[in-house]
Design a binder for this molecule. Structure first.
Ligand SMILES: Cc1cc2nc3c(=O)[nH]c(=O)nc-3n(C[C@H](O)[C@H](O)[C@H](O)COP(=O)(O)OP(=O)(O)OC[C@H]3O[C@@H](n4cnc5c(N)ncnc54)[C@H](O)[C@@H]3O)c2cc1C
Length: 285
């Protein structure tokens, strides 16, 4: 299908982009790679009157270390994260997550910012960003604010970003030296999206788990941090029995999605199984 008519703006600076977005009002959309936005427009599920293409904002394509965090520009592609030495040296969980997304074409075109703002409940990034305690920087013509990943994802295709805001960066605290992490997902066969995806980051103190971050995507309408599981692990030796009983709590109080890819019961089973396996992989892998 052909999208409805729209005006197309290609600003040269973030300031101009933010001003154009404010001027255009609620019916404008910014575009990163267009990998989700264009299909939505072709299906007429989105009919923006103005599209603001961010492609000239090269400052948003950078990855850098800053104050104990990795600051990843919103236009950084999944492929850039997957292949960055800065990322693999400081936070391999991010590189692993990026490598699991779609196929090479998707990873070359899709951006971390576009994925996060799109808010697909089966997207991979939320699991890692929740597990690692990431912060998102949102910029409008009036300034910038920071939102924790845990407060950003509100529901299917719904996030805490305001219509006049542009996501400019994702900041991920660099895990402590010796932290152990992994990302496990059960993929939809055609697209690669997560039926269930579990990101785990553990900090061990000898045999005892000093800290744990566990992010879950695909299971429910909103990705979430599995704090009940984390609490079971913290301060304890991670025996096989403890991992199994803690992982079983990942579905407590969660309404699992039920769709053509997996029933709610099967998804819940996959979530419990893969949470246990992810903790074990992080610990022993
Ligand atoms: C065939 C296929 C397979 C895929 N497989 C996977 C997969 O396995 N796992 C996975 O996680 N994802 C997958 N994706 C999604 C892909 O990873 C893209 O990141 C995602 O589609 C977003 O595309 P984009 O970055 O081009 O953003 P766009 O499509 O340009 O934008 C998406 C939305 O975000 C908004 N937006 C974009 N950037 C910003 C910004 N900086 N500030 C404010 N708003 C912004 C847009 O207005 C729009 O609403 C797949 C996509 C396709 C087409």
């Amino acid at each position: 299908m052909i999208p409805a008519a729209f005006d197309y703006i290609v600003p040269d600076s973030l300031e101009t982009a933010a001003a154009s977005l404010a001027e255009a009002g609620d019916n404008a959309k910014v575009m990163a790679g267009g990998h989700s936005l264009l299909p939505m427009m072709k299906l007429r599920l989105a009919q923006p009157s103005v599209v603001i293409d961010l492609k000239r904002l090269d400052a948003l394509r950078q990855i850098r270390s800053e104050g104990g965090a990795l600051r990843i520009g919103a236009l950084v592609t999944h492929h850039q994260v997957e292949t960055s030495d800065e990322v693999s040296g400081n936070c391999p969980l991010l590189a692993m997550t990026a490598a699991s997304i779609g196929d090479p074409q998707v990873r070359n075109r899709g951006t971390i910012g576009g994925s996060v703002v799109h808010g697909d409940p089966a997207a991979d990034w939320p699991a890692a960003l929740l597990a690692l305690g990431a912060e998102l920087t949102l910029t409008s013509k009036d300034g910038s604010r920071s939102v924790a990943a845990g407060d950003f994802f509100l529901g299917p295709l719904t996030t805490a970003i305001e219509p006049a805001e542009i996501l400019t960066a994702v900041s991920v605290p660099v895990p402590a030296a010796g932290a152990r992490s992994t990302y496990r997902k059960v993929k939809q066969k055609a697209s690669g999206f997560a039926i269930v995806g579990i990101a785990v980051c553990l900090r061990m103190d000898g045999d005892s788990c000093a800290d744990a971050g566990i992010g879950v995507t695909g299971l429910a309408a909103t990705p979430f941090r599995a704090t009940a599981v984390e609490d079971q692990l913290k301060g304890k030796a991670l025996t096989a029995d403890l991992i199994a009983s803690a992982a079983a709590q990942v579905t407590d109080g969660v309404t699992a999605l039920d769709d053509i890819h997996a029933s709610a019961d099967f998804r819940s089973h996959l979530a419990r199984l893969n949470t246990a396996r992810a903790i074990d992989d992080a610990l022993n892998g």
